[in-house]
Design a protein around this ligand. Structure first.
Ligand code: AMP
Length: 541
C-alpha cells in the first residue's frame, strides 16, 4: 500500500500571526479608543506583545487546556489576546458583554475561568459579575481612563514584566483553542469549544474568493463583535492573510462607523442587519458626507435582512453579501456566491436582490440537509424542513454535554432553523423553528412577513409573533416601530402585504411600539414580545 509522503503539520492558530508578523510587519491594525481617538498598531507589534502576553499568562499559572476569559470590545489588545491565549496552550473564552451579569457569572462558573482580561471601561460590568464569581487574576487593558482596581494587574505592566524567552507548548490541532457561549435565547447559554483545526479550516474556507474573500489588499472592519462567535472568524482570517484591520472599539453607532470607514477607506465590513439598517439610514440623511472606499463590500449576517437593506447597501455604492451561521458553526456555514451562469444577479436589480435574500451556498466541507416529518426534504426550493449540518467546524456537542438531543443519531447537528434549499443549492431560511406560527395546522413564516413589513417606507422595524388564538390555535400579531414623523394604519400595512402573501398569512392585528426588544447580539428578542402579548385580545372576527 502506498503511504502519503506529506509532512504531518498540525493546523494550529499561532502560525497565522507569525506569518503576518514576518511577511506583513508594517500592516496596520487601527482601533478606536474610548476617547474616540484612533490607535495605530502593526502586525509586528501585535506579534511581539502577544508573545509577551502568552509568556505572562504561563507565568500566572495558566495550564494547557485552561480557559482565559476576555471581556473586551474590538481592538488591538483583544486581537493580542485572541492569539496569545491559544499560543500559551490556553482557551480563549470571549464573554458577551451584552449579557446580564447573572448570565456572565453563570458562564464564567460553567467554563471554569480563573483569569479574565477586561477593558477598563467595562470594569463596572465586571464588578457586578465579581459579586457572583471570583477570579484568581484580573488583567485590565486601558482603552479609557478608568483607575486600576487595587487587586488588578495593569495589562501594560504585565507585558513589560514578561520575558522574551517564551517557549510555546506543543499544540495538537484538535486541542481546544477558543470557546464561546450561545446567546441563550432559549434556556441557559451553552458552551461551544473550538479546536485549532476548526478555526484554521474555517479561516481557509471563509477567505476563499467564493466566500468572504479576505485579502492582504483589503482593509477590513469587523463590526460584528469579537465577544460573540469570534467576530465571524475575522480576527483570525484577516491576520492569516495580513489584511489591514479597522476596529471600531466601543463605538458602534452609524456616525462613528461611517467615520472609520471613510478615514481608513475600509473596503470590507461585516455586521448584523441592525447595524447596517442604522448605517444606510445615516448615509441617506446626509448625502455626500461619507466618501466610502470604491469597491466596498458589505457582509450582513447573523439575522434575516429585509430586501430594502440590500437595495440601500448597494445604493451606497457598496456590494452586498449575505452570510449565515451560528455559534455552533464557528460561525460561518454558508454565504452568497453568484454562479457563473447567473449573470443577471451580478448587477443591481431584482434578480440580484432575490439572490441576496437567500443565505447562500454551503462552504466546502459543510454538508447540509433539510429534514421534516416526511424525512429528508428535496432541494426544490419549496419543501422546507429543519436545517441540519455536518462538517469539520460544526460542533459535535456542548461543553458539559448539555442538550445532546440537538445531534441526530447519524451525527448531524440540528440548527433549529427552518429552511428550503433550491435546486442550485441555495439555502433560504424561512424561520427559527420556535418562531414559526402555526395557524389552523399550517405554518406561517414570521420572518417573511417581517421582511415585507420593513420594506414599507413608514416602517422602521417589525417583528411578527405567534399569539394563541381560540379558533386557529395561533395567529400572527405584528409589532411595528414607525419611522419618526411617519404613520401607517393597520389597513395600510395590510394592503402593503396583500398580494405578496396568501390572505391567511396576514397579521390579524398590529401593535405600535417604541422599539423591538433586542437580544445581547442585536437580534429581535421575540421571546420577550411573546411573553408580553401572550394574553392579547384578538379583535372580534
Ligand atoms: P448565534 O449563534 O447567536 O450566532 O445565532 C445563530 C442564529 O442566528 C441562526 O440559527 C439563525 O437563526 C440566525 N441567523 C444567523 N445568520 C442568519 C441569516 N443570514 N439570516 C437569518 N438568520 C440568521
Amino acid at each position: 500500500m502506498l503511504r502519503a509522503t506529506m509532512m504531518d503539520v498540525p493546523l494550529t492558530v499561532p502560525p497565522m500571526l507569525e506569518r503576518a508578523a514576518r511577511l506583513f510587519p508594517t500592516v496596520e491594525v487601527v482601533s478606536r479608543r474610548a476617547d474616540r481617538s484612533l490607535h495605530r498598531s502593526t502586525y509586528a507589534t501585535i506579534h511581539r506583545r502577544a508573545r509577551r502576553l502568552a509568556a505572562a499568562l504561563v507565568g500566572l499559572g495558566l495550564k494547557p487546556g485552561q480557559p482565559v476569559a476576555t471581556l473586551m470590545w474590538n481592538h488591538d489588545a483583544h486581537l493580542e489576546a485572541y492569539f496569545a491565549i491559544p499560543w500559551a496552550g490556553g482557551v480563549l473564552h470571549t464573554l458577551n458583554l451584552r449579557l446580564s451579569p447573572d448570565d456572565i457569572a453563570y458562564i464564567v462558573g460553567h467554563a471554569g475561568d480563573r483569569i479574565v482580561i477586561v477593558d477598563d471601561v467595562l470594569l463596572p460590568l465586571l464588578a457586578k459579575v465579581r459579586e457572583r464569581v471570583s477570579f484568581d487574576h484580573v488583567i485590565v487593558v486601558s482603552i479609557g481612563a478608568e483607575p486600576l482596581p487595587a487587586d488588578a494587574i495593569g495589562y501594560e505592566n504585565l507585558l513589560a514584566g514578561a520575558g522574551e524567552d517564551f517557549a510555546p507548548p506543543a499544540l495538537a490541532e484538535n486541542d481546544a483553542a477558543a470557546m464561546c457561549y450561545t446567546s441563550g435565547t432559549t434556556g441557559r447559554p451553552k458552551g461551544v469549544v473550538y479546536s485549532h483545526r476548526a478555526l484554521v479550516l474555517h479561516s481557509m474556507a471563509t477567505a476563499m474568493a467564493d466566500c468572504v474573500g479576505h485579502s492582504h489588499r483589503a482593509t477590513i472592519m469587523p463590526i460584528v463583535p469579537m465577544f460573540h462567535v469570534n467576530a465571524w472568524g475575522i480576527p483570525f482570517t484577516a491576520t492569516m492573510v495580513g489584511a489591514t484591520l479597522a476596529m471600531p472599539g466601543p463605538y458602534l453607532d452609524p456616525e462613528n462607523l461611517l467615520d472609520l470607514m471613510v478615514r481608513e477607506q475600509v473596503n470590507l465590513a461585516a455586521g448584523v442587519p441592525t447595524i447596517w439598517l442604522g448605517v444606510v439610514q445615516k448615509f441617506k440623511e446626509e448625502p455626500g458626507r461619507w466618501p466610502l472606499a470604491p469597491g466596498l463590500r458589505v457582509v450582513s449576517g447573523g439575522a434575516a435582512a429585509p430586501e430594502s437593506l440590500w437595495r440601500d447597501i448597494e445604493a451606497m455604492g457598496a456590494r452586498g453579501f449575505h452570510g449565515w451561521g451560528m455559534t455552533e458553526t464557528t460561525p460561518v456555514g454558508s454565504g452568497t456566491m453568484i454562479k457563473r451562469h447567473m449573470a443577471e444577479a451580478e448587477t443591481p436589480g431584482e434578480a440580484r436582490y432575490a439572490l441576496l435574500m437567500k443565505q447562500g451556498l454551503p462552504l466546502p466541507y459543510v454538508d447540509m440537509r433539510i429534514v421534516n416529518d416526511a424525512g429528508e426534504a428535496p432541494w426544490d426550493g419549496v419543501a422546507s424542513g429543519e436545517l441540519q449540518l455536518r462538517g469539520p467546524w460544526i460542533a459535535a456537542g456542548y461543553h458539559g454535554g448539555e442538550d445532546a438531543e440537538k445531534w441526530t443519531a447519524d451525527g448531524w447537528f440540528c440548527t433549529g432553523d427552518v429552511a428550503t434549499i433550491d435546486p442550485e443549492g441555495y439555502i433560504q431560511l424561512t424561520d427559527r423553528a420556535k418562531d414559526l406560527i402555526k395557524s389552523g395546522g399550517e405554518w406561517i413564516s414570521s420572518q417573511a412577513l417581517e421582511n415585507a413589513l420593513m420594506d414599507h417606507p413608514a416602517v422602521k422595524e417589525a417583528a411578527v409573533i405567534a399569539v394563541a388564538h381560540p379558533k386557529w390555535q395561533e395567529r400572527p400579531l405584528a409589532a411595528v416601530v414607525l419611522r419618526e414623523g411617519r404613520t401607517a394604519t393597520p389597513a395600510e400595512l395590510g394592503a402593503h402585504l396583500e398580494g405578496r402573501f396568501a390572505r391567511w398569512w396576514l397579521p390579524d392585528a398590529y401593535v405600535y411600539i417604541d422599539a423591538i426588544p433586542r437580544t445581547s447580539t442585536g437580534k429581535f428578542q421575540k421571546t420577550t414580545l411573546r411573553a408580553h402579548y401572550k394574553d392579547f385580545a384578538w379583535p372580534a372576527a
